[in-house]
Design a protein around this ligand. Structure first.
Ligand SMILES: CC(C)[C@H](C(=O)O)[C@@H](O)C(=O)O
Ligand code: SF4
Length: 476
Protein backbone atom coordinates (compact mmCIF):
# COMPACT_ATOMS: atom_id res chain seq x y z
CA UNK A 1 0.00 0.00 0.00
CA UNK A 2 1.13 3.55 -0.68
CA UNK A 3 2.26 5.92 2.03
CA UNK A 4 1.19 9.41 3.01
CA UNK A 5 3.67 12.30 2.95
CA UNK A 6 3.90 12.19 6.75
CA UNK A 7 4.68 8.47 6.72
CA UNK A 8 7.41 8.92 4.11
CA UNK A 9 9.17 11.66 6.07
CA UNK A 10 8.77 9.68 9.29
CA UNK A 11 10.19 6.48 7.80
CA UNK A 12 13.17 8.37 6.36
CA UNK A 13 14.17 9.51 9.87
CA UNK A 14 13.77 6.40 12.00
CA UNK A 15 17.09 5.64 13.69
CA UNK A 16 15.74 2.86 15.88
CA UNK A 17 12.46 0.99 15.94
CA UNK A 18 11.47 -1.59 18.55
CA UNK A 19 8.19 -3.32 19.26
CA UNK A 20 6.12 -1.48 21.88
CA UNK A 21 8.45 1.53 22.03
CA UNK A 22 8.29 4.95 20.40
CA UNK A 23 10.40 5.30 17.26
CA UNK A 24 13.67 7.16 17.67
CA UNK A 25 13.81 9.86 15.01
CA UNK A 26 16.77 11.83 13.70
CA UNK A 27 16.18 15.57 13.86
CA UNK A 28 17.39 17.67 10.92
CA UNK A 29 16.86 21.11 12.39
CA UNK A 30 16.58 22.29 15.99
CA UNK A 31 15.43 25.86 16.58
CA UNK A 32 15.79 27.54 19.95
CA UNK A 33 14.45 30.66 21.66
CA UNK A 34 14.84 32.23 25.07
CA UNK A 35 11.68 30.92 26.73
CA UNK A 36 12.00 27.15 26.57
CA UNK A 37 15.76 26.59 26.39
CA UNK A 38 17.28 27.63 29.77
CA UNK A 39 16.52 24.43 31.70
CA UNK A 40 17.59 22.32 28.74
CA UNK A 41 21.04 23.92 28.73
CA UNK A 42 21.19 23.57 32.52
CA UNK A 43 20.49 19.87 32.09
CA UNK A 44 23.39 19.55 29.64
CA UNK A 45 25.67 21.31 32.10
CA UNK A 46 24.67 19.03 34.95
CA UNK A 47 25.34 15.90 32.94
CA UNK A 48 28.53 17.28 31.42
CA UNK A 49 27.23 17.00 27.85
CA UNK A 50 27.82 19.12 24.76
CA UNK A 51 25.45 20.03 21.97
CA UNK A 52 25.67 17.05 19.63
CA UNK A 53 25.10 18.84 16.29
CA UNK A 54 25.88 22.54 16.42
CA UNK A 55 25.48 22.63 12.64
CA UNK A 56 21.80 21.71 12.97
CA UNK A 57 21.05 24.01 15.91
CA UNK A 58 20.21 27.71 15.74
CA UNK A 59 18.78 30.19 18.23
CA UNK A 60 17.06 33.53 18.02
CA UNK A 61 15.42 35.97 20.43
CA UNK A 62 11.79 36.76 19.93
CA UNK A 63 9.30 36.41 22.81
CA UNK A 64 10.86 38.73 25.39
CA UNK A 65 12.33 41.28 23.02
CA UNK A 66 10.95 44.81 22.98
CA UNK A 67 9.96 46.30 19.63
CA UNK A 68 10.96 49.87 20.52
CA UNK A 69 14.32 51.24 21.71
CA UNK A 70 16.05 47.97 21.02
CA UNK A 71 19.46 49.54 21.55
CA UNK A 72 18.59 50.44 25.16
CA UNK A 73 18.93 48.07 28.13
CA UNK A 74 15.87 45.88 28.56
CA UNK A 75 13.74 47.37 31.32
CA UNK A 76 11.75 44.32 32.41
CA UNK A 77 13.97 42.18 34.68
CA UNK A 78 12.37 38.85 33.70
CA UNK A 79 12.84 39.54 29.99
CA UNK A 80 16.38 40.77 30.55
CA UNK A 81 17.33 37.60 32.41
CA UNK A 82 15.76 35.39 29.73
CA UNK A 83 17.76 37.07 26.99
CA UNK A 84 20.99 37.17 28.97
CA UNK A 85 20.60 33.49 29.76
CA UNK A 86 20.16 32.54 26.11
CA UNK A 87 23.20 34.63 25.20
CA UNK A 88 25.31 32.95 27.86
CA UNK A 89 24.10 29.48 26.90
CA UNK A 90 24.76 30.10 23.22
CA UNK A 91 28.26 31.39 24.01
CA UNK A 92 29.09 28.55 26.43
CA UNK A 93 27.93 25.78 24.08
CA UNK A 94 28.86 27.41 20.76
CA UNK A 95 25.32 27.67 19.42
CA UNK A 96 24.66 30.09 16.58
CA UNK A 97 22.48 32.88 17.95
CA UNK A 98 20.78 35.80 16.24
CA UNK A 99 20.20 38.23 19.11
CA UNK A 100 18.14 41.39 19.20
CA UNK A 101 19.70 43.89 16.80
CA UNK A 102 21.09 41.19 14.49
CA UNK A 103 19.86 41.32 10.90
CA UNK A 104 18.68 37.68 11.09
CA UNK A 105 16.83 38.09 14.40
CA UNK A 106 13.09 37.55 14.49
CA UNK A 107 10.33 35.15 15.41
CA UNK A 108 11.90 31.72 15.22
CA UNK A 109 9.30 30.41 12.76
CA UNK A 110 9.90 33.29 10.39
CA UNK A 111 13.69 33.07 10.62
CA UNK A 112 14.08 29.33 9.78
CA UNK A 113 12.22 29.49 6.47
CA UNK A 114 13.68 32.80 5.36
CA UNK A 115 17.24 31.51 5.81
CA UNK A 116 16.39 28.42 3.78
CA UNK A 117 17.08 26.26 6.85
CA UNK A 118 13.58 24.77 6.73
CA UNK A 119 13.42 22.38 3.78
CA UNK A 120 11.10 19.70 2.41
CA UNK A 121 11.35 16.27 3.97
CA UNK A 122 13.04 17.49 7.14
CA UNK A 123 12.23 16.84 10.75
CA UNK A 124 12.17 20.21 12.49
CA UNK A 125 11.69 20.73 16.22
CA UNK A 126 11.61 23.69 18.57
CA UNK A 127 10.43 24.19 22.13
CA UNK A 128 7.46 26.07 20.74
CA UNK A 129 4.02 24.87 19.74
CA UNK A 130 3.93 26.85 16.49
CA UNK A 131 6.81 24.86 15.06
CA UNK A 132 4.05 23.35 12.91
CA UNK A 133 4.63 26.40 10.66
CA UNK A 134 7.64 24.69 9.06
CA UNK A 135 5.46 21.83 7.80
CA UNK A 136 4.45 24.21 4.99
CA UNK A 137 7.64 23.04 3.25
CA UNK A 138 6.65 19.38 3.39
CA UNK A 139 8.56 18.32 6.47
CA UNK A 140 7.49 17.03 9.85
CA UNK A 141 7.72 19.91 12.29
CA UNK A 142 6.82 19.44 15.93
CA UNK A 143 6.68 21.64 18.98
CA UNK A 144 8.48 19.94 21.89
CA UNK A 145 8.81 20.44 25.64
CA UNK A 146 11.92 21.58 27.47
CA UNK A 147 13.06 18.08 28.49
CA UNK A 148 12.81 17.06 24.83
CA UNK A 149 14.82 20.16 23.89
CA UNK A 150 17.57 18.84 26.16
CA UNK A 151 17.31 15.39 24.55
CA UNK A 152 17.67 16.83 21.06
CA UNK A 153 20.55 19.10 22.11
CA UNK A 154 22.39 16.10 23.55
CA UNK A 155 21.61 13.47 20.90
CA UNK A 156 20.03 15.10 17.81
CA UNK A 157 17.32 12.45 18.11
CA UNK A 158 13.92 12.22 19.74
CA UNK A 159 11.71 9.28 20.72
CA UNK A 160 8.26 9.92 19.27
CA UNK A 161 5.01 8.01 18.95
CA UNK A 162 3.89 7.83 15.36
CA UNK A 163 0.87 10.11 14.90
CA UNK A 164 -2.22 9.28 12.88
CA UNK A 165 -2.78 11.12 9.60
CA UNK A 166 -5.66 13.35 8.58
CA UNK A 167 -6.18 14.83 5.13
CA UNK A 168 -7.71 18.30 5.00
CA UNK A 169 -8.69 18.59 1.37
CA UNK A 170 -9.62 22.07 0.19
CA UNK A 171 -11.23 21.93 -3.23
CA UNK A 172 -11.71 24.79 -5.67
CA UNK A 173 -10.29 28.26 -5.29
CA UNK A 174 -10.51 30.79 -2.46
CA UNK A 175 -12.83 33.65 -3.49
CA UNK A 176 -11.35 37.13 -3.91
CA UNK A 177 -10.67 38.72 -0.55
CA UNK A 178 -10.53 35.36 1.27
CA UNK A 179 -7.12 34.51 2.64
CA UNK A 180 -5.21 31.59 4.12
CA UNK A 181 -6.02 32.96 7.58
CA UNK A 182 -9.75 32.88 6.88
CA UNK A 183 -9.37 29.33 5.64
CA UNK A 184 -7.52 28.03 8.69
CA UNK A 185 -9.88 29.83 11.10
CA UNK A 186 -12.80 28.22 9.26
CA UNK A 187 -11.11 24.80 9.42
CA UNK A 188 -10.57 25.11 13.18
CA UNK A 189 -14.15 26.29 13.73
CA UNK A 190 -15.27 23.22 11.77
CA UNK A 191 -13.14 20.49 13.39
CA UNK A 192 -12.76 22.15 16.80
CA UNK A 193 -9.72 22.91 18.92
CA UNK A 194 -9.41 19.20 19.72
CA UNK A 195 -10.33 17.92 16.25
CA UNK A 196 -6.75 17.34 15.18
CA UNK A 197 -5.61 15.65 18.40
CA UNK A 198 -3.22 12.79 17.73
CA UNK A 199 -2.99 13.59 14.01
CA UNK A 200 -0.61 15.13 11.56
CA UNK A 201 -2.77 17.18 9.21
CA UNK A 202 -1.92 17.21 5.52
CA UNK A 203 -3.51 20.15 3.74
CA UNK A 204 -4.10 19.31 0.09
CA UNK A 205 -6.36 19.99 -2.85
CA UNK A 206 -6.43 22.64 -5.55
CA UNK A 207 -6.99 25.59 -3.21
CA UNK A 208 -3.87 24.69 -1.23
CA UNK A 209 -1.75 24.14 -4.33
CA UNK A 210 -2.48 27.71 -5.46
CA UNK A 211 -1.25 29.25 -2.21
CA UNK A 212 2.08 31.08 -1.79
CA UNK A 213 4.60 29.80 0.77
CA UNK A 214 3.66 32.63 3.13
CA UNK A 215 0.01 31.59 2.98
CA UNK A 216 0.92 27.91 3.46
CA UNK A 217 2.92 28.85 6.54
CA UNK A 218 -0.08 30.73 7.96
CA UNK A 219 -2.16 27.57 7.61
CA UNK A 220 0.38 25.11 8.99
CA UNK A 221 1.16 27.54 11.83
CA UNK A 222 -2.35 27.18 13.22
CA UNK A 223 -2.56 23.37 12.95
CA UNK A 224 -1.71 23.29 16.62
CA UNK A 225 -4.81 25.38 17.37
CA UNK A 226 -6.85 22.44 16.07
CA UNK A 227 -4.96 20.28 18.56
CA UNK A 228 -2.86 18.56 15.87
CA UNK A 229 0.71 17.32 16.36
CA UNK A 230 1.76 18.98 13.11
CA UNK A 231 0.52 20.25 9.77
CA UNK A 232 2.12 19.77 6.40
CA UNK A 233 1.79 20.53 2.70
CA UNK A 234 3.51 18.56 -0.05
CA UNK A 235 6.38 20.49 -1.64
CA UNK A 236 5.93 21.66 -5.22
CA UNK A 237 7.28 24.25 -7.66
CA UNK A 238 6.08 27.06 -5.35
CA UNK A 239 8.18 25.55 -2.54
CA UNK A 240 11.26 25.12 -4.72
CA UNK A 241 11.00 28.66 -6.12
CA UNK A 242 10.77 30.08 -2.58
CA UNK A 243 13.83 28.14 -1.43
CA UNK A 244 16.14 28.55 -4.39
CA UNK A 245 19.00 30.94 -3.65
CA UNK A 246 18.29 31.26 0.08
CA UNK A 247 21.44 31.22 2.25
CA UNK A 248 21.08 27.61 3.46
CA UNK A 249 19.35 26.11 0.43
CA UNK A 250 21.44 23.51 -1.42
CA UNK A 251 23.43 24.87 -4.38
CA UNK A 252 24.45 23.55 -7.82
CA UNK A 253 24.34 19.76 -8.14
CA UNK A 254 23.18 19.46 -4.55
CA UNK A 255 20.17 21.57 -5.44
CA UNK A 256 19.26 19.31 -8.36
CA UNK A 257 19.61 16.22 -6.20
CA UNK A 258 17.55 17.81 -3.44
CA UNK A 259 14.76 18.78 -5.81
CA UNK A 260 14.71 15.25 -7.27
CA UNK A 261 14.21 13.87 -3.72
CA UNK A 262 11.72 16.55 -2.76
CA UNK A 263 9.57 15.64 -5.76
CA UNK A 264 9.04 12.18 -4.25
CA UNK A 265 7.57 13.76 -1.13
CA UNK A 266 3.88 13.48 -1.81
CA UNK A 267 1.16 11.18 -0.65
CA UNK A 268 0.84 8.16 -2.94
CA UNK A 269 -2.45 7.84 -4.83
CA UNK A 270 -3.28 4.60 -3.01
CA UNK A 271 -2.24 5.79 0.45
CA UNK A 272 -4.89 5.88 3.15
CA UNK A 273 -5.39 8.59 5.75
CA UNK A 274 -6.86 7.76 9.14
CA UNK A 275 -9.36 10.58 8.68
CA UNK A 276 -10.34 13.14 6.05
CA UNK A 277 -12.11 16.49 6.07
CA UNK A 278 -13.24 18.11 2.82
CA UNK A 279 -13.73 21.87 2.50
CA UNK A 280 -15.16 23.72 -0.51
CA UNK A 281 -13.10 26.90 -0.86
CA UNK A 282 -15.84 28.73 -2.76
CA UNK A 283 -18.08 28.66 0.32
CA UNK A 284 -15.61 30.64 2.45
CA UNK A 285 -15.59 34.34 3.33
CA UNK A 286 -13.54 36.51 5.72
CA UNK A 287 -13.57 34.82 9.10
CA UNK A 288 -13.04 36.25 12.60
CA UNK A 289 -13.14 34.88 16.12
CA UNK A 290 -15.65 36.11 18.69
CA UNK A 291 -14.59 33.91 21.63
CA UNK A 292 -11.61 32.90 23.71
CA UNK A 293 -10.31 29.94 21.74
CA UNK A 294 -9.40 29.85 18.04
CA UNK A 295 -12.32 27.51 17.28
CA UNK A 296 -14.86 30.10 18.41
CA UNK A 297 -15.05 31.89 15.09
CA UNK A 298 -17.59 32.78 12.44
CA UNK A 299 -17.83 34.56 9.09
CA UNK A 300 -17.48 38.32 9.55
CA UNK A 301 -20.96 38.71 8.04
CA UNK A 302 -22.49 36.67 10.89
CA UNK A 303 -23.73 37.68 14.34
CA UNK A 304 -22.23 36.76 17.69
CA UNK A 305 -23.75 33.32 18.30
CA UNK A 306 -26.32 32.63 20.99
CA UNK A 307 -24.83 30.13 23.47
CA UNK A 308 -28.30 28.59 23.78
CA UNK A 309 -27.99 27.44 20.17
CA UNK A 310 -25.28 24.90 21.09
CA UNK A 311 -26.58 21.40 21.70
CA UNK A 312 -23.41 20.28 23.43
CA UNK A 313 -23.46 21.43 27.07
CA UNK A 314 -19.74 22.03 27.35
CA UNK A 315 -19.69 24.08 24.13
CA UNK A 316 -22.67 26.06 25.40
CA UNK A 317 -20.94 26.75 28.66
CA UNK A 318 -17.69 27.69 26.90
CA UNK A 319 -19.59 30.12 24.65
CA UNK A 320 -21.36 31.73 27.65
CA UNK A 321 -18.06 32.19 29.44
CA UNK A 322 -16.40 33.52 26.29
CA UNK A 323 -19.11 36.13 25.67
CA UNK A 324 -18.85 37.30 29.23
CA UNK A 325 -15.07 37.66 29.07
CA UNK A 326 -15.24 39.27 25.64
CA UNK A 327 -17.99 41.70 26.69
CA UNK A 328 -20.23 40.72 23.78
CA UNK A 329 -23.98 40.15 23.38
CA UNK A 330 -25.47 37.18 21.57
CA UNK A 331 -26.98 38.31 18.27
CA UNK A 332 -24.80 41.39 17.93
CA UNK A 333 -23.41 41.68 14.36
CA UNK A 334 -19.69 40.89 14.35
CA UNK A 335 -19.19 43.99 12.21
CA UNK A 336 -20.51 46.15 15.05
CA UNK A 337 -17.63 45.20 17.36
CA UNK A 338 -15.40 48.20 17.96
CA UNK A 339 -11.70 47.74 18.70
CA UNK A 340 -9.08 49.98 20.26
CA UNK A 341 -6.03 48.13 19.00
CA UNK A 342 -5.01 46.45 15.78
CA UNK A 343 -1.97 44.19 15.72
CA UNK A 344 -0.40 43.07 12.45
CA UNK A 345 2.44 40.64 13.02
CA UNK A 346 3.42 37.28 14.62
CA UNK A 347 4.59 33.97 13.13
CA UNK A 348 1.09 33.53 11.71
CA UNK A 349 0.91 36.74 9.69
CA UNK A 350 4.13 38.73 10.10
CA UNK A 351 5.74 37.88 6.77
CA UNK A 352 6.30 40.27 3.88
CA UNK A 353 3.19 39.22 1.97
CA UNK A 354 1.08 39.96 5.06
CA UNK A 355 2.60 43.41 5.48
CA UNK A 356 2.09 44.16 1.79
CA UNK A 357 -1.56 43.14 2.04
CA UNK A 358 -2.17 45.35 5.09
CA UNK A 359 -0.25 48.28 3.57
CA UNK A 360 -2.24 48.10 0.36
CA UNK A 361 -5.41 48.64 2.38
CA UNK A 362 -4.25 51.46 4.67
CA UNK A 363 -2.42 53.28 1.88
CA UNK A 364 -3.74 56.84 1.59
CA UNK A 365 -6.18 56.12 4.38
CA UNK A 366 -6.09 56.89 8.08
CA UNK A 367 -6.32 54.68 11.11
CA UNK A 368 -9.60 55.57 12.85
CA UNK A 369 -9.54 58.02 15.76
CA UNK A 370 -8.92 56.29 19.05
CA UNK A 371 -7.45 53.18 17.40
CA UNK A 372 -3.84 52.18 17.89
CA UNK A 373 -2.39 50.09 15.05
CA UNK A 374 0.86 48.24 15.62
CA UNK A 375 2.72 46.78 12.65
CA UNK A 376 5.47 44.40 13.68
CA UNK A 377 7.51 42.52 11.07
CA UNK A 378 8.06 38.86 11.90
CA UNK A 379 11.80 39.24 11.48
CA UNK A 380 14.38 41.98 11.05
CA UNK A 381 14.80 40.87 7.41
CA UNK A 382 11.07 41.18 6.78
CA UNK A 383 11.32 44.64 8.32
CA UNK A 384 14.17 45.61 5.98
CA UNK A 385 12.32 44.28 2.97
CA UNK A 386 9.22 46.24 3.97
CA UNK A 387 11.28 49.42 4.39
CA UNK A 388 12.87 48.91 0.97
CA UNK A 389 9.35 48.78 -0.48
CA UNK A 390 8.27 51.89 1.45
CA UNK A 391 5.68 49.99 3.48
CA UNK A 392 6.86 51.52 6.76
CA UNK A 393 6.07 54.96 5.34
CA UNK A 394 2.64 53.80 4.20
CA UNK A 395 1.87 52.56 7.70
CA UNK A 396 3.25 55.64 9.44
CA UNK A 397 1.39 58.00 7.08
CA UNK A 398 -1.80 56.17 7.99
CA UNK A 399 -1.10 56.75 11.66
CA UNK A 400 0.11 53.24 12.51
CA UNK A 401 3.16 52.44 14.62
CA UNK A 402 6.00 50.70 12.79
CA UNK A 403 7.99 48.51 15.15
CA UNK A 404 11.04 46.30 15.32
CA UNK A 405 10.70 42.50 14.81
CA UNK A 406 9.55 40.09 17.52
CA UNK A 407 6.55 38.23 18.90
CA UNK A 408 5.31 41.56 20.23
CA UNK A 409 1.62 41.69 21.02
CA UNK A 410 1.03 38.08 20.03
CA UNK A 411 1.54 37.32 23.71
CA UNK A 412 2.17 39.39 26.82
CA UNK A 413 5.83 38.53 27.41
CA UNK A 414 7.16 41.93 26.33
CA UNK A 415 6.03 45.54 26.64
CA UNK A 416 3.47 45.35 23.79
CA UNK A 417 0.27 44.50 25.64
CA UNK A 418 -3.40 45.29 25.85
CA UNK A 419 -4.62 47.03 29.00
CA UNK A 420 -7.46 45.34 30.91
CA UNK A 421 -10.70 45.58 28.93
CA UNK A 422 -8.98 46.69 25.73
CA UNK A 423 -10.04 44.92 22.55
CA UNK A 424 -7.87 44.04 19.58
CA UNK A 425 -8.16 42.75 16.06
CA UNK A 426 -5.03 40.66 15.83
CA UNK A 427 -3.38 38.68 13.05
CA UNK A 428 -1.86 36.29 15.60
CA UNK A 429 -3.06 32.78 16.40
CA UNK A 430 -4.38 32.67 19.96
CA UNK A 431 -7.27 34.54 21.56
CA UNK A 432 -7.04 32.95 25.00
CA UNK A 433 -8.05 35.00 28.05
CA UNK A 434 -5.26 37.41 28.91
CA UNK A 435 -3.06 36.28 26.02
CA UNK A 436 -2.28 39.83 24.86
CA UNK A 437 -2.29 41.28 28.36
CA UNK A 438 -4.36 40.74 31.48
CA UNK A 439 -8.04 41.39 30.77
CA UNK A 440 -7.34 42.05 27.07
CA UNK A 441 -9.85 40.82 24.47
CA UNK A 442 -8.61 39.40 21.20
CA UNK A 443 -10.32 38.84 17.84
CA UNK A 444 -8.22 36.77 15.46
CA UNK A 445 -8.32 38.09 11.91
CA UNK A 446 -6.40 38.15 8.62
CA UNK A 447 -4.04 41.05 7.81
CA UNK A 448 -6.62 42.37 5.35
CA UNK A 449 -9.39 42.38 7.96
CA UNK A 450 -6.97 43.88 10.48
CA UNK A 451 -6.18 46.77 8.15
CA UNK A 452 -9.80 47.46 7.22
CA UNK A 453 -10.72 47.28 10.92
CA UNK A 454 -8.01 49.82 11.74
CA UNK A 455 -9.49 52.26 9.22
CA UNK A 456 -13.12 51.83 10.24
CA UNK A 457 -12.62 51.24 13.96
CA UNK A 458 -14.86 48.16 14.00
CA UNK A 459 -14.40 44.63 12.65
CA UNK A 460 -14.53 45.02 8.89
CA UNK A 461 -13.23 43.59 5.63
CA UNK A 462 -11.63 45.57 2.79
CA UNK A 463 -14.93 45.25 0.90
CA UNK A 464 -16.47 47.56 3.53
CA UNK A 465 -14.14 50.40 2.61
CA UNK A 466 -15.41 52.74 -0.03
CA UNK A 467 -12.58 54.53 -1.80
CA UNK A 468 -14.51 57.79 -1.96
CA UNK A 469 -15.03 57.97 1.79
CA UNK A 470 -11.81 56.57 3.14
CA UNK A 471 -9.01 57.08 0.66
CA UNK A 472 -7.18 60.38 0.33
CA UNK A 473 -5.66 60.69 -3.15
CA UNK A 474 -1.88 60.43 -3.05
CA UNK A 475 -0.10 63.71 -2.37
CA UNK A 476 -3.09 65.47 -0.78
C1 LIG B 1 6.43 30.66 24.81
C2 LIG B 1 6.17 29.47 23.94
C3 LIG B 1 6.55 28.25 24.66
C4 LIG B 1 4.76 29.46 23.38
C5 LIG B 1 4.44 28.26 22.50
O1 LIG B 1 4.85 27.14 22.73
O2 LIG B 1 3.76 28.39 21.53
C6 LIG B 1 4.49 30.73 22.61
O3 LIG B 1 5.29 30.85 21.48
C7 LIG B 1 3.05 30.84 22.23
O4 LIG B 1 2.75 31.16 21.08
O5 LIG B 1 2.20 30.63 23.09
S1 SF4 C 1 4.72 35.08 17.36
FE1 SF4 C 1 3.27 34.37 18.88
S2 SF4 C 1 2.72 32.32 18.28
FE2 SF4 C 1 4.59 32.84 17.22
S3 SF4 C 1 6.22 32.07 18.49
FE3 SF4 C 1 5.86 34.20 19.07
S4 SF4 C 1 4.41 34.11 20.74
FE4 SF4 C 1 4.37 32.10 19.77
Amino acid sequence: MGRTLAEKVWDDHVVRRAEGEPDLLFIDLHLLHEVTSPQAFDGLRKSGRQVRRLDLTIATEDHNTPTLDIDKPIADPVSRIQLETLRKNAADFGVRLHPLGDVEQGVVHVVGPQLGLTQPGMTVVCGDSHTSTHGAFGGLAFGIGTSQVEHVLATQTLPLVRPKTMAITVNGELPDGVTAKDLILAIIARIGTGGGQGYVLEYRGSAIEKLSMEARMTICNMSIEAGARAGMIAPDETTFAYLEGRPHAPKGEDWDAAVAYWKTLKTDADAEFDAEVVIEAAELSPFVTWGTNPGQGAPLSADVPDPASYEDASERHAAEKALEYMGLEAGQPLRSIKVDTVFVGSCTNGRIEDLRAAAEIVKDRKVADGVRMLVVPGSARVGLQAVSEGLDVVFKDAGAEWRHAGCSMCLGMNPDQLAPGERSASTSNRNFEGRQGKGGRTHLVSPQVAAATAVLGHLASPADLSDAETRTPAGV
